[in-house]
Design a protein around this ligand. Structure first.
Ligand code: ADP
Ligand code: MG
Length: 258
């Protein structure tokens, strides 16, 4: 049965999609069967996996509205090592249209039930909002991975996210927990980066992943080639960091399930 994780942070541009795509490819490299779920109408994880979002006859939108199913809509990533449940702009409409439906916060969970036996990991790339789409992600998941930039405003908004996760845990999904905070776009030459990173460790202890993802231009270049950074340039610092993070994730999951 797949372990299902949301990569969430209601801020935009904090490295959610980069983390989801690279973690998917890194887990695949260590022989894990992975489905990446793109839950963001921007479709960046879809494009970053080499799936053309404008040429799709069906996307996660149809799945959420019950017009199609995961097995029909999923695609193989261009690198051919993991699967993608793609998204495009159409998904923005689901936000409003789902309000009318019964079980509206559980649409994704119910849809994924069909394929949980086929994967080891399902990774959900959330949109930058605490919206009905994100709520669907949180209701479907066992845990949340929160990417954070080590900058002055990093902690701002974290309490809103933590409160939302707590509420979902209490009212909708008892399995949900924060798996960990991932420090991304880390720049060791910046004193501030180091300070914020230290503060996160002090505040959140073991909830902070040991692996630090550095700021690395190869990770930023990779999406325009429709590839995760770990495939585009496997020996780059960014790629090596995500590979190390995947190993740390697998280890952490083993500890949690003991
Ligand atoms: P989000 O999904 O949270 O909006 P993205 O993953 O799209 O964030 O990242 C925002 C921008 O930062 C993108 O242009 C991405 O390529 C770049 N980026 C993300 N992580 C890194 C990194 N470790 N080093 C350099 N650039 C990065
Ligand atoms: Mg994104």
């Amino acid at each position: 049965m797949a372990k299902i994780f949301c990569i969430a942070n209601q801020k935009g541009g904090v490295g959610k999609t980069t983390t989801t795509v690279n973690l998917a490819a890194s887990l695949a490299q260590i022989n894990q069967r992975v489905l990446l779920v793109d839950l963001d109408p921007q479709g960046n994880a879809t494009m970053g996996s080499g799936v053309n979002k404008s040429k799709l006859s069906a996307t996660i939108y149809q799945v959420l509205l019950g017009l199609s199913d995961v097995k029909t809509v999923r695609q193989r990533a261009a690198c051919e090592t993991y699967d993608v449940l793609p998204a495009n702009r159409e998904l923005a409409g689901a936000e409003v249209e789902m309000v009318e439906l019964e079980n509206r916060e559980n649409r994704l969970r119910l849809a994924l039930a069909e394929v949980v036996g086929e994967y080891d990991f399902i990774l959900i790339d959330c949109p930058p909002a605490l919206s009905m789409l994100t709520l669907n992600g949180l209701c479907a998941a066992h845990g949340v991975i929160i990417p954070m930039q080590c900058e002055y405003y990093a902690l701002e908004g974290l309490s809103d996210l933590a409160n939302t996760i707590k509420k979902v845990h209490l009212n909708l999904n008892r399995e949900l927990e924060i798996i960990g905070l991932l420090r991304v776009m880390f720049d060791p030459r910046m004193t501030l980066s180091q300070q914020v990173s230290d503060q996160l460790e002090q505040h959140f202890g073991d909830k902070v992943f040991k692996t630090l993802i550095p700021r690395n231009v190869r990770l930023a270049e990779a999406p325009s080639y429709g590839m995760p950074g770990v495939i585009f340039d496997p020996t780059s610092k960014g790629a090596l960091a995500y590979l190390a993070f995947a190993a740390e994730m697998v280890e952490r999951i083993k500890q949690l399930s003991k």
